[in-house]
Design a protein around this ligand. Structure first.
Ligand code: SF4
Length: 367
C-alpha cells in the first residue's frame, strides 16, 4: 500500500535527560498534583531517573556522524537534569543543532550566559498566559513577571548575537484562548518565534476536538512520520515509538539504548520494523496506540504563509509557529528541524511530501 522507509538514523533525536520536573502544572499529564497521587502516578515516575554523563556521551557520540537535530527534553524539565549543561555542550561540540523546551524558572544569569557563550541553537519557554490568574490555571503559579523577566534576561544577554533563537509557547485551553491576541502582540516585540499548540489529552490526539477542524476536511490517512524519522529516548534508556506514546503512562518500549546496542540498533530493530510495516500496510488500527490517534496529520507538508510581519508555519492542525519575519536569520531550517523545519528531504525516506493538503482550502461537502 505504501513503501516508506525509515531515515538511516533518526532525523530528530529526543533525549529525556531526567524524568523529573520542578513544577506541577495542573494540565501536565505526568507531574500534575492529581497525577502524582499514588493511585495515578505511573511506576516510571516513582523512581527518579537521570542520565549520566557517560550515557549522554554514548548517545551523542553515536549520533555525531548523522547530525540529527537534538531536542533535550521529553515530558520533563531539562534544566534540572544534572547533565543538562554537559548535554548542551556535547551537542555543540559534536556539530549538531540543539533545542529544548523549558518552564523558564531556572533561566538565571549563569544559565543564560552559558547558552549564549556556547551558541546553543534554540530555547523555547512555555508560558501559556498573559496574566497571573491565567498562569495559575495553566502552570499552578502566579509569577508571570518572573517568567517575562527571565525571557528578557536571556534576550538581553544575547544582545546583538544570533544565538540562541528564543521562542515562547502557548498551549491553547478553554481558559486562555481569549488571551491569544495579547500573547502574540506582547511577544512579537521581544522574541523570535511564538508557538501555539493544541492540548493533547490523556487519550489520543483527536483532531475532532480542535477548533476550526471539521472532520470532512481531514484527508485520507497515511503512515505516521514519527516512526520513520523521530526517536524518543527516555531517561532510563527506553525508546518509545513516538512523542505521543512517550507520554502514555504505560508506555511501550522498542528497546533500550543502553542494553540493546545503541540508537541505531534499536532504530533498525524488529519492533520498529513491525510498527512501520503495519503503517505501510495501512494497518495502523492494529496498533492500539495508533488506532484513534490523529497525530499522523503531522506527516503532511508544512503549510506557510506571511501575514502581519510573521512567517506563519503550520505542520499540522495542532500547531502554528509565528516566526517574526525580521528575526529569522538565526534559524537553519535543515539543521534545526523541531517540528517546523524541513529536514534533509532524503528522497528514500522523507515522507513529509507524500501529499499536501490545506484544511482551510478544502471544499465543503456542499460545494
Ligand atoms: S499514529 Fe500516533 S501513536 Fe501511532 S506512531 Fe503516530 S503519533 Fe505515535
Amino acid at each position: 500500500m505504501f513503501d516508506y522507509k525509515p531515515m538511516e538514523f533518526p532525523e530528530i533525536l529526543r533525549l529525556e535527560l531526567t524524568n523529573t520536573c520542578n513544577m506541577q502544572c495542573p494540565h501536565c499529564r505526568h507531574h500534575a498534583p492529581e497525577k502524582k497521587k499514588p493511585e495515578n502516578y505511573p511506576e516510571y515516575y516513582k523512581v527518579t531517573s537521570h542520565m549520566t554523563e557517560e550515557q549522554v556521551a554514548l548517545i551523542l557520540d553515536e549520533a555525531k556522524k548523522y547530525k540529527p537535530s537534538v531536542t533535550l527534553n521529553v515530558a520533563n524539565e531539562p534544566t534540572v537534569a544534572p547533565t543538562f549543561k554537559f548535554a548542551c555542550t556535547k551537542v555543540k561540540e559534536n556539530g549538531m543543532s540543539g533545542t529544548f523546551n523549558t518552564n523558564g524558572l531556572l533561566l538565571n544569569d549563569d544559565l543564560c550566559n552559558f547558552l549564549v557563550d556556547i551558541e546553543f541553537d534554540s530555547v523555547n519557554i512555555s508560558i501559556d498566559a498573559t496574566t497571573p490568574e491565567t498562569l495559575k490555571m495553566a502552570r499552578g503559579i502566579t509569577a508571570i513577571n518572573r517568567l517575562i523577566n527571565n525571557v528578557e534576561r536571556l534576550l538581553k544577554i544575547r544582545g546583538e548575537k544570533l544565538y540562541p533563537r528564543v521562542g515562547v509557547t502557548f498551549v491553547v485551553m478553554p481558559y486562555n484562548e481569549k488571551e491569544i491576541d495579547d500573547f502574540l502582540s506582547f511577544w512579537k516585540e521581544r522574541v523570535d518565534v511564538i508557538r501555539f499548540t493544541g492540548y493533547i489529552t490523556d487519550g489520543k490526539p483527536d483532531s475532532t476536538v480542535l477548533p476550526g477542524v471539521e472532520p470532512y476536511k481531514i484527508p485520507p490517512r497515511i503512515p505516521c512520520k514519527q516512526i520513520f524519522k523521530d526517536i524518543v529516548i527516555r531517561a532510563n534508556g527506553d525508546v518509545t515509538p513516538c512523542v505521543i506514546t512517550s507520554e502514555a503512562p504505560d508506555y511501550t518500549s522498542m528497546g533500550n539504548i543502553f542494553k540493546d546496542g545503541g540508537v541505531k540498533a534499536v532504530w533498525d530493530g524488529s519492533i520498529f520494523k513491525q510498527w512501520r510495516d503495519y503503517h505501510n500496510e495501512g494497518c495502523w488500527n492494529g496498533i492500539s496506540y495508533c488506532k484513534g490517534c490523529d497525530y499522523w496529520l503531522d506527516s503532511f507538508e508544512i503549510k506557510e504563509k506571511e501575514e502581519d510581519g510573521f512567517v506563519i508555519r503550520s505542520p499540522s492542525p495542532y500547531t502554528v509557529f509565528f516566526n517574526v519575519k525580521e528575526k529569522m536569520n538565526n534559524w537553519d531550517k535543515t539543521k534545526l528541524i523541531e517540528r517546523q523545519g524541513f529536514g534533509s528531504k532524503d528522497k528514500n525516506s522523507y515522507i513529509g511530501s507524500m501529499s499536501s493538503y490545506d484544511l482551510e482550502k478544502s471544499d465543503s461537502p456542499s460545494n
